[in-house]
Design a protein around this ligand. Structure first.
Ligand SMILES: Cc1ncc(COP(=O)(O)O)c(C=O)c1O
Length: 403
């Protein structure tokens, strides 16, 4: 055995007990389970031992694998889902698809860093209510909220449910698929539905690179704008770099800066994780979908649930519910029985203290978002859970409603 093989064998032995593929319901229902095994660690250690740890081959291979999975031409990997949303919007502005001051429709119920990058890119968020059946942006509310400067919609596929992206005529559709890996809309996978789409690979998501994210797109122009803005604004990773270099022969091409930029790059440790995790995803999404369907059936008489919308495939990122009765009391009851809970993302973001300073437009009422704010919560869904977790949830919520 070589030394590398010995290291790999030790890692396998050390990690064999982790409940990566299945976890007993009696042990409780955490939001997140250890979502990776020895294969990811061995490849990450390999990257570390090689000392080639900054963005390189592994990240590029994962970009290609993820773009293919989403049915897209380009993948641009970054260090978080929040960075992915930021870079997607920044590139839309840098390439003239959007102009400063343009309005972007944004669902009131989403994660904070779906909303904040709109403002950070000089755009104006317009808050829109969510659909009571899907928790995604409501087409009716969006129609009422649109104004003469509305140019785009951030279609957030919330908690694994694909948004109704066909409902937005004449707007640039940008997908926030940070929590919807593997979901589909009318037979098409999310990520392939608009001009570009963001994903998160944070620890608790369908697959993880620990922290990490990616944007996918078919546009060469957008992808190149993102590659520059991801890394200092320089030319290096752009596909059109030869043209830039020949136009600016007086500047050293290694430090040729062609746009404004950030540093949002991932590491090879993240790339190594992503490559292994992407192979695991299809089976994991299938298990999450099964859980979602099964738990909706078991719980629908006890709480309001959100079954998969017709024409979509739900990717089951967490399991959202609306309490019938005192939400805080139900959440405390579940927590006391080792079932972790959280509010549904930022709930109604227009009610968060950060909102006032954003300069967002709020032209329509947000009654569904308010209901989610008051009654909504989620528990973890995971490929390692199954029907027994749904059964235990149902029995605990029944006990609570009878107490
Ligand atoms: C819809 C949505 N957008 C953006 C993000 C941010 O992703 P990250 O935590 O990787 O920054 C999340 C995180 O869960 C999310 O759910």
């Amino acid at each position: 055995m070589t030394r590398r093989e010995q290291i790999a064998a030790l890692i396998r032995e050390e990690m064999q007990e982790l409940p990566v593929e299945s976890a007993p319901a009696a042990a409780g229902q955490p939001l997140v389970l250890p979502p990776y095994g020895a294969d990811e660690v061995i490849d990450a250690v390999d990257a570390l031992l090689s000392t080639r740890v900054t963005m390189g081959r592994r990240c590029r291979d994962f970009e290609a694998a993820w773009a293919t999975y989403c049915g897209r031409k380009h993948g641009v990997m970054v260090n978080s889902g929040s960075s992915a949303v930021l870079l997607m919007l920044a590139a839309a502005v840098a390439t003239g698809r959007l102009a400063p001051g343009d309005e972007v429709l944004c669902p009131a119920v989403t994660w904070s860093t779906s909303l904040f990058p709109i403002v950070q890119c000089g755009l104006v968020p317009v808050m829109v209510d969510v659909d009571p059946a899907t928790l995604c942006i409501s087409p009716e509310s969006a129609r009422a909220a649109r104004g003469p400067r509305t140019r785009a919609v951030l279609a957030v596929h919330l908690l694994g449910q694909a948004a109704d992206v066909d409902a937005f005529d004449n707007l640039l559709v940008l997908e926030d698929a940070c929590g919807a890996h593997g979901a589909a809309y009318k037979g098409r996978r999310v990520g392939s539905l608009g001009g570009a789409a963001s994903f998160s690979f944070f620890f608790s998501h369908h697959i993880t690179t620990i922290e990490g994210g990616m944007i996918v797109t078919d546009s060469d122009v957008l992808a190149d704008a993102m590659r520059s803005a991801r890394a200092h604004g320089w030319v290096r990773e752009r596909e059109d770099r030869a043209e830039w270099v020949s136009r600016h022969k007086e500047i050293d091409p290694r430090f040729l800066f062609v746009s404004s930029g950030y540093n949002l790059r991932p590491t090879e440790i993240a790339g190594a994780f992503g490559l292994v995790q992407a192979r695991r995803l299809p089976a994991w999404v299938a298990r999450r979908r099964q859980n979602h369907r099964d738990w909706c059936d078991r719980l629908r008489d006890l709480v309001d649930v959100f079954p998969e919308a017709p024409g979509t495939e739900h990717a089951g990122f967490a399991f959202p519910m609306l309490a019938r009765g005192d939400r805080a009391s139900l959440m405390a009851f579940l927590e006391a029985r080792q079932i972790e809970t959280r509010p549904i993302s930022g709930s109604n973001l227009a009610r968060q203290p950060a909102f006032a300073a954003l300069g967002a437009r709020c032209p329509v009422p947000l009654p569904v978002a308010d209901t989610v704010h008051q009654r909504g919560f989620f528990v973890g869904n995971s490929h390692a859970f199954g029907p027994a977790h749904g059964e235990r949830l149902a029995s605990i919520i029944t006990e609570w409603s009878q107490s």
